[in-house]
Design a binder for this molecule. Structure first.
Ligand code: HEM
Length: 207
């Protein structure tokens, strides 16, 4: 086992600012989204206020997503989101076995963090699906609800707006669940708070 503690600069300033903005906006969107979904006269955030804040946060999230997308396109951070197909399932299995068995036996991580591999295979697939699947989908469907006139009128006999609404809610709930799992996994670092500190100072701490 490697007992040498190592600090790697993995989170450049723009990623940290994007991530904090994104996390804050997602929390606001979840809170206001739930207030809209389960609206009743006693709800903590009033319906009209919840809708206005949800719309504004959604618009800012679109801009912040644009920063992430363009940043990943033009900086080396984007390379961490490219999944090498060859042997990927085997790598995924190894990481899964580590998270369910190896970690409790204090075994070494199969894919230690390095400047070449910032994410382990499970993180990689989660971040790719989240950032290039669910988040753009939630954003696009949100714009479709904000401007119903641009939304398809009917889809195989169903109302396009109702379908967009349903898909937006399902995707929004999915992102909320992924976020809870993401925050839990962030506690599995050198110590329970070290990964959170990484997103503040930019340095990842290895064991
Ligand atoms: C309170 C909420 C959140 C906290 C405390 C949090 C915490 C963290 C931490 C500590 C990391 C660095 C460790 C790692 O690379 O896994 C990280 C990375 C990341 N998080 Fe979060 N996160 C939150 C919300 C979110 C949300 C809502 C999203 C996306 C919708 C997100 C997407 C990401 C991505 C894509 C990375 C990797 C960034 C990169 O280095 O390219 N996070 N998060």
């Amino acid at each position: 086992m490697n007992h040498l503690s190592e600090r790697l600069y993995l989170y450049p300033v723009w990623i940290r600012i994007w991530h904090m903005t994104n996390a804050f906006l997602c929390l606001v969107l979840i809170l206001t989204g739930l207030s809209i979904q389960f609206s009743n006269p006693g709800t903590v955030v009033k319906f009209n206020a919840a809708v206005s804040v949800h719309n504004i946060a959604g618009i800012i999230l679109t801009i912040s997503y644009g920063v992430f997308f363009i940043g990943n396109l033009f900086t080396s951070n984007g390379t961490y989101y490219v999944i090498p197909v060859k042997g990927f399932i085997v790598r995924l299995q190894k990481q899964f076995i580590y998270y369910t068995i190896g970690i409790f036996k204090k075994e070494d991580a199969p894919f230690p963090v390095s400047t070449e591999t910032k994410f382990n295979p499970l993180q990689q697939v989660t971040y790719v699906v989240l950032m290039y699947g669910f988040i753009p989908f939630v954003i696009l469907s949100g714009w479709g609800l904000l401007y119903p006139e641009i939304t398809v009128k009917s889809f195989f006999g169903f109302s396009g707006l109702d379908l967009t609404d349903l898909l937006h809610i399902v995707a929004g709930f999915t992102v909320s669940i992924i976020m809870c799992v993401h925050v839990y996994f962030c506690t599995i670092g050198k110590n329970p708070t070290s990964n959170f500190k990484s997103m503040i100072n930019g340095y990842h701490e290895s064991h």
